[in-house]
Design a protein around this ligand. Structure first.
Ligand code: HAM
Length: 416
């Protein structure tokens, strides 16, 4: 136990973490260019927020939450997603009092008690955005465009964007009734899970992975078939904007999302070739959520992208840049006096913004050189008794294998 991490979690080690930083930097840059500002909310919230926000009949709330009582007997849950928390923060901090829309983004860990497998973890990370106060179809297009732009900048240009419209609550009632009508004669043949969904949320039957349910749902009515004229118009405009931006998409009438808050546009992005967990991101509109959480009627829209799956897709496609993460310069000291001098020089190099390191193991000069090689530094700065006398050091270009003497005072200039 002491040396094993909990199932479904990962250590992100040096060497790996640079890849994460790279993805996070691209995300932050894209967000800045689109006018989104970062928001950081707590990792845990009152359980009630997710029950109400995400939806009682969702898999997440029914069986995937990390919920516990804290010492004050409050029910607390590790956030399984980011939207509900950002909505809570939007309300609690009265962000609606400022200019609208409010455009936010976040990057951080989420927790779901799911069955771990490749691409599915119990602690995973999302990059997400949430926008409040924009009803225009152009905003739906901007949100999807931002996601696709982000993937594109990472070099993922073979992803599939699936979009659908789930309509407004009135459309939802129509589709609900039509689905119940459709499934009534075969109710007994649905899986036990879907028999429960039949009453609570029949739309989710369309999302069931069991063979029999998939078969039975083939001819089922979809939300897109039940849209009212206004919802249809909204969705058509969204698609027009997507075409204007030249962003390819697949109209996927069977797309229903696993969270209850969606209205109108819903979308998911798939990466071929990363296994069963191919959804690298998803999102949509949630025009009723802010109100359901006790706020003023406010349209909302956003997405969340799974960073582990994006990393997997990048690795599979060989699209990760090689990042030089360690020091660029290693100081090799020969003898005690040189070691002391080198230690001071090291501080000066770092102060000048040069990533530098030296030996702390009492290694021989030869072993220090070997270690510098292992670190992959570009330069070694070698200082010995003789050099010390002359006030100079040897600057060695590790790749070229060439070296020259330079005065100590010129090291920084030479390295820069
Ligand atoms: P979601 O579809 O539940 O949506 O999750 C979004 C993405 O997070 C998935 O497409 C996947 O890439 C990643 N993901 C989810 N679960 C796991 C897991 N167990 N392991 C690894 N990756 C995972 C949401 O979370 C919504 N909050 C998105 C949203 C924001 N909608 C509107 N605003």
């Amino acid at each position: 136990m002491l040396t094993t991490r909990p199932r479904g979690t990962a250590d992100i080690l040096p060497g790996q973490v640079e890849k994460w930083q790279y993805i996070e930097e691209v995300a932050a840059r894209v967000c800045r260019e689109y006018g989104y500002r970062e928001i950081r909310t707590p990792i845990f919230e009152h359980t009630e927020l997710f029950v109400r926000g995400v939806g009682e009949s969702t898999d997440i709330v029914e069986k995937e939450m990390y919920t516990f009582q804290d010492r004050g007997q409050r029910s607390i849950t590790l956030r399984p997603e980011g939207t509900a928390s950002v909505v809570r923060a939007y309300l609690e901090n009265k962000l609606y009092a400022g200019p609208l829309p409010v455009k936010t983004y976040y990057i951080g860990p989420m927790f779901r008690y799911d069955r771990p497998q490749a691409g599915r973890y119990r602690q995973f990370h999302q990059f997400g955005i949430e926008v409040f106060g924009a009803r225009q179809p152009a905003m739906d297009a901007e949100v999807m465009a931002l996601a696709m732009d982000f993937y594109g900048r990472l070099g993922l240009d073979d992803l599939e964007l699936h979009i659908n419209s789930l309509g407004c609550p009135a459309c939802r009632n129509v589709v609900r009734e039509r689905l119940q009508q459709f499934f009534r004669p075969v109710l007994g043949e649905l899986c036990p899970n879907c028999q429960g969904r039949y009453e609570r949320n029949p739309l989710r039957i369309l999302d069931c992975k069991s063979n029999r349910c998939t078969e039975l749902a083939l001819e089922a009515p979809t939300t897109a078939d039940c849209l009212c004229p206004r919802c249809r118009e909204h969705f058509e405009q969204v698609q027009q904007y997507m075409r204007d931006l030249d962003i390819p998409y697949v109209l996927d009438k069977r797309l229903v999302r696993g969270l209850d808050y969606y209205t109108h546009t819903a979308f998911e992005i798939m990466a071929p070739g990363i296994g069963a967990q191919s959804s690298v991101g998803g999102g949509g509109r949630y025009d009723g959520l802010v109100e359901a959480c006790g706020g003023p009627p406010t349209p909302g829209i956003g997405f969340a992208l799974g960073l582990e799956r994006i990393l997997l897709a990048l690795e599979k496609r060989g699209k990760l840049p090689v990042v030089q993460a360690g020091p660029e310069v290693f100081l090799v000291a020969v003898g005690d006096r040189a070691y002391r001098e080198s230690f001071s020089l090291l501080a000066r190099l770092r102060a000048a913004g040069i990533a530098a390191d030296m030996d702390y193991q009492g290694r021989s000069p030869k072993a220090q050189m070997k270690y510098a090689g292992k670190l992959g530094v570009r330069y070694a700065v070698i200082m010995g008794e003789e050099e010390l006398q002359r006030g100079s050091v040897v600057l060695r270009d590790m790749a070229a294998g060439s070296q020259r003497d330079i005065p100590v005072g010129e090291v920084i200039g030479a390295l820069k």
